[in-house]
Every structure is written in C-alpha cells, then in structure tokens.
Design a protein around this ligand. Sequence first.
Ligand SMILES: [Zn+2]
Length: 211
Amino acid sequence: MNVVLSLLMNRCRLIPLYFMIALTVLTGCSVSKNPLRKEIKKLQNGTNKDDSSYVYGLPFENARAHFLVQGYFGNFSHKERAALDFKMKKGTKILAAREGVVTRVKEDGSRGGTKREYRSDGNNIIIQHFDNSRSGYWHLQKNGALVNVGDTVKKGQVIALSGNTGYTAFPHLHFLVWTSRGGQWNQIPTRFETSKGIKYLRAWKWYRSKY
Ligand SMILES: [Zn+2]
C-alpha cells in the first residue's frame, strides 16, 4: 500500500493530499484522454477569443443560483462526458436552455441511486435545435416532464421538474449538448449567459441565471 501511495503522490503532486486520496479511491487519478479536455481549459480561461458559438441560458429560473458540482470531463462520473451537474432540490423548475423541438421524453422512471442498474431509470428530455445539435436534461422527477415529444419550446420555457432518478448520488440536473458531424454524435462544451457575463462553466462554483 505504501508503494502504491508513494507512486500516486508522484503522479498527483499538485493536488492536496486529502483531495488526492478521495480522487484515488474514485478514479485512480487518471484523467480523460479526450482532446476536448484541453480545448475546454482554453475556453474557460478566455484564451480562445474567437468564439461565435451559441450562448445558452442556464437551465433554471432567472436570478436563481445553483452550484456546479461536476463540470466537463469531471473525475467522478464525467470522465468521458462533456456534461454539467447542477445541484438542485427535487422539484426545481428546469428551463429550456435554447429553443427547439422536443424529440424525447422519458418520465416513468422511479428509481435512483448509485447502483449501475439504475442508469436506465433516469428520466430525461432531449431538445433538438435548428442547427441539428441537441441538448439533454437528465434525472428529472417521475412524471416531471411538462412538455411532450413534438412540442416547440422557447428558450427559458419551463420544461420539467428536477429529481434524482437514474444513476445519481444526490438530487441534481445533468445537462449536456451534442452536435452531429459526419453522422457521429459528440458531446460539446457550450457557453452560458450568467449574472457575471458569458462563461464556460467550471466545477465547484455557483452560477446565477440571467434571462
Ligand atoms: Zn452528470
């Protein structure tokens, strides 16, 4: 065990010890090899100034703030996912972050927890946008969808109530965006309008919605 620990200490020297131990238990300190990971760092730092991408609204009510527990390619459950986890109480109103057409609604799941078998129980809504990208809203409460497949929704429209269904450790909203290139769907980071300007979000920070 000492050998393993000292090896890990070498690999993770920049991370405080207590956090490193927690990370080690969860992930073995490995990080995603997805090339997008480096790109996101540049976007978050504002190094990439040449950005004309769509600006999303935060998926919760105007002037409300939520804590981003896990960000893009986070080490807990987003290792290969460009997704965001906003901590929120069950029953919180979820807003469409961008206008589009509802292409999928699942709201009959009732189980939630950290067992892998619960993954398929995660209630969700998927919205298709005019540029052929899609956004997804996960872990909604049972019967918590307020829209149907085929509905056109406006940006900022209330579409669902949050919950804790599926593979989840606590009540939160898992939000993600995909684009399609050459028939293949890829998860991508997106920027958001926040009370402090347009930002690519980072984990462990509060973000206040601005519509
Ligand atoms: Zn997530």
